[in-house]
Structure formats: structure tokens, C-alpha cells
Design a protein around this ligand. Structure first.
Ligand code: DGL
Length: 257
């Protein structure tokens, strides 16, 4: 079984990519909705929440933990790899493929303030984007819109336009937050057809598949179970919007240690 977590519903976009790659793996998804958004929280708090989520997934039987959250990866990946007894897959904004794709030498990264302020992000930009202009666009309001299931309404469209106005000449946009792939149609409509949009979900799924093979993860029956630390009734409609169909969702109480 593969355990996957995010602050909320965003990690479902990674879950979709993992499901496509590994149709027979059993997946267990945990949305830490009671603490969503992670983006503006102190690093120490994100670390404790990420550890609580990772430990819970392992306790349920996860043989791989996927951190389907750029913010939690930036804050806590080393900690999780140290503390959890299973392989941990993390993710980071696709700066490297963006630099390979840009023709104008201008790249926009849409992410949380936590990701953009992290040492890992700075190191990523220094390593791969030294000769490229990188617009770091913190887009906190878009996380809330996706959590509300508002992936295609006028207010979300206006927010996207407002954020992208700060990077008018970028020809590549990196979705550096797992909440943003459901907004790809809005982002693309706003940025124009010549702009390339990069989502790292498929790359994370490919890495997860490599690890699954390496550890000999058995073929299972392809189930997907979802849990939230928030209120399932409140969250279920937005989950259906993001996933594209209704999924059963149960509550889990996961106190910070
Ligand atoms: N989905 C998350 C990410 O990839 C975090 C969103 C949030 O909780 O602020 O960064």
C-alpha cells in the first residue's frame, strides 16, 4: 500500500498521477484539512504535522509514503526520511524542466509562500536557473479556492489573472503547489496558448513507481481510501470536484505530537 498526504485536497492531483502509473496499487490518502493551509505556517509546525501524517500512514500499513505537497517537502523531507521506516517520496517545483523549456528565459513559479521562502527552493533556483529570470509568485488564495471546490468560477479566474499579472512575459509557468493542477484550464486561458505549464505530479508518480518496483510492492486490488483530519461532510463536495467523482471520505483525529 502507498500512503499519500497533503495539507488538503491538492495531493489528489499527485494521487491521480500515481493511480495512472500504478493501477493495481492500493492507495491511502490523508488530507490534513484541519491544518490547511500549510503555506503560511511556521516551519516547525509544518514539520510536526508532516511527521504526524507520515507516522499515521505507516501505522496503517503504508510501505511507501508520498509527500504530495511541495510545502511539506520543503520543510520536512529530511525529517521524514530520518524518522519513517519506509521510503519517502517528496516533490519540488519543476524549475529544472521549466528552464529547459523556456525560450524567453523567463519562468513563473506559482507556489505557497512557505515553498518560495525555503532553502530548498533557493538551492533549486541557484542550481538550475542562474541564467533565467524566475518570478516567484506566492498564490495563497488559490489554495483556499481549490479547498472550496471552486476550480472554475469567476472569482478564481480573477485571482489567477491577478497573480499572473506579475509575470506578464514568462513563457513557462511551474505549478509549484499540488493544489494548482485543477486550475490548469484557467491558468492556460489567462496566460495564453504559447505558455507551457509544468506539473510535477507525473514525475513524482514515476519516482513512486520506481521505488515500488525496487521494494517489490505487491500487485494489490487498486483501492483508494481517503481520510481527512477535518470534517468529511464539509470537504466531500470539493473532493468530488477535484477528483472528478465522489469518493468515500472518513475522519481521522491526528493530534500534533
Ligand atoms: N498543496 C500544498 C503544496 O503543494 C500546500 C498548500 C497549502 O496548504 O498551503 O505546496
Amino acid at each position: 500500500m502507498i500512503g499519500i498526504f497533503d495539507s488538503g485536497l491538492g495531493g489528489l492531483t499527485v494521487t491521480r498521477a500515481i493511480r495512472d502509473r500504478l493501477p493495481h496499487a492500493d492507495l491511502l490518502y490523508l488530507a490534513d484539512s484541519a491544518y490547511c493551509p500549510y503555506g503560511p505556517r511556521p516551519v516547525a509546525e509544518i514539520r510536526s504535522r508532516a511527521l504526524a501524517c507520515g507516522r499515521w500512514l505507516v501505522d496503517q500499513g503504508a510501505q511507501i509514503v508520498v509527500v504530495a505537497c511541495n510545502t511539506a517537502t520543503a520543510a520536512a523531507i529530511e525529517l521524514l526520511r530520518r524518522e519513517l521506516p519506509v521510503p519517502v517520496v517528496g516533490m519540488e517545483p519543476g524549475v529544472k524542466p521549466a528552464v529547459a523549456a523556456t525560450r524567453r528565459g523567463k519562468v513563473a513559479v506559482m507556489a505557497t509562500s512557505g515553498t518560495l521562502a525555503s532553502d530548498r527552493f533557493r538551492a533549486l533556483v541557484n542550481a538550475y536557473a542562474a541564467n533565467v529570470e524566475v518570478y516567484a509568485l506566492a498564490c495563497p488564495d488559490l489554495v483556499a479556492q481549490v479547498e472550496a471546490g471552486a476550480i472554475n468560477d469567476d472569482h478564481t479566474r480573477a485571482l489567477v489573472a491577478n497573480y499572473l499579472a506579475a509575470a506578464p512575459d514568462a513563457d513557462v509557468i511551474v505549478l509549484g503547489c499540488t493544489h494548482f493542477p485543477p486550475l490548469t484550464p484557467l491558468i492556460s486561458a489567462c496566460a495564453g496558448p504559447e505558455v507551457t505549464i509544468i506539473d510535477t505530479g507525473p514525475a513524482v508518480a514515476a519516482q513512486t513507481a520506481r521505488i515500488a518496483k525496487h521494494i517489490g510492492l505487491p500487485e494489490e486490488s487498486g483501492t483508494l481510501r481517503c481520510y481527512t483530519t477535518g470534517d468529511p461532510q464539509t470537504i466531500a463536495p470539493a473532493l468530488a470536484n477535484v477528483w472528478g467523482e465522489t469518493l468515500p471520505l472518513a475522519a481521522v483525529d491526528l493530534p500534533t505530537e
